[in-house]
Design a protein around this ligand. Structure first.
Ligand SMILES: [Zn+2]
Length: 262
């Protein structure tokens, strides 16, 4: 009997101890929660306080945000003409005489400046062809086809070969008056020998400053549809030209870049 009472007392003591332990734990949890909440509030308050030495605090009016350079894709300088982008028949251009040819009157001055700047460095560059009408272009294309036929190619094969260099009427950017074929000493014909001349090296370095780009660069024919033409230059405006050259793009790639398409 005595041992039973003792055992009950021990049990009671144990329960009491457990209760005290639980209460301590609960208190600890409450304190932790309170500390957590206080920290959170403190951090929230701190984050809303601006540092004292901002421009506003110093009384300086913030500068106007300068917008990123926007490229007007539809500007006249960036008109895209190729076999997929054929000019509409009502396309018109204001032409001005330039040597033995004519160009869009808006590029006459930069073209003159570029040629003069090269001349100042002892390099002769002349324009052998600028604007071409659709019928002139068709005549050129047909002549090129006949050339390949005379070389023994079939009519079909001749057309394919000719179109690698000469576009059909409507698909040549010479219709825009913004493109020129250039000649220089030692490159009397329009062929790859132009790339061996000092004029080509000079143009590679300087053409963009005047708004011109080598329109059909080497290795870009999968985009342009035209094999390398080191003699053919196209006016796109100075800032476009600088960007196209610095990024090593062709016009098709550049326009795709602006579109944001892959
Ligand atoms: Zn050309």
């Amino acid at each position: 009997m005595l041992s039973h009472i003792q055992s009950l007392k021990e049990q009671e003591l144990e329960t009491k101890k457990q209760k005290q332990k639980n209460m301590r734990l609960a208190r600890l949890l409450m304190v932790a929660t309170l500390v957590g909440l206080s920290l959170f509030s403190l951090l929230t308050i701190i984050s809303t306080i601006e540092p004292k030495d901002t421009a506003e605090a110093k009384g300086i009016v913030p500068k106007e945000i300068v917008p990123q350079k926007t490229v007007e894709k539809d500007s006249w300088e960036l008109i895209l003409v190729n076999s997929q982008h054929v000019l509409s028949m009502d396309f018109t251009v204001d032409l001005i005489k330039f040597g033995n040819t004519r160009v869009d009157c808006r590029i006459s001055e930069p073209l003159r400046k570029m040629i003069d700047a090269a001349k100042d460095e002892g390099i002769n560059i002349s324009v052998c062809s600028g604007y071409r009408s659709v019928s002139e272009q068709n005549a050129l294309y047909n002549a090129k086809c006949l050339f390949y036929v005379s070389q023994g190619y079939s009519e079909e094969a001749s057309k394919i070969l000719a179109s690698q260099y000469i576009q059909k009427g409507g698909a040549s950017e010479h219709h825009t008056g913004l493109a020129v074929d250039l000649l220089t000493d030692g490159a009397a014909d329009l062929d790859e020998s132009f790339a061996e001349t000092p004029a080509y090296a000079w143009l590679k370095e300087n053409a963009a400053k005047y708004g011109f780009i080598e329109r059909y660069p080497k290795g870009k024919d999968q985009f342009t549809g035209i094999l390398w033409e080191p003699w053919h230059y196209r006016y796109v405006g100075e800032s476009n030209a600088e960007e196209i050259v610095s990024k090593n793009l062709c016009l098709e790639e550049y326009l795709q870049d602006i579109d944001g398409e892959p």
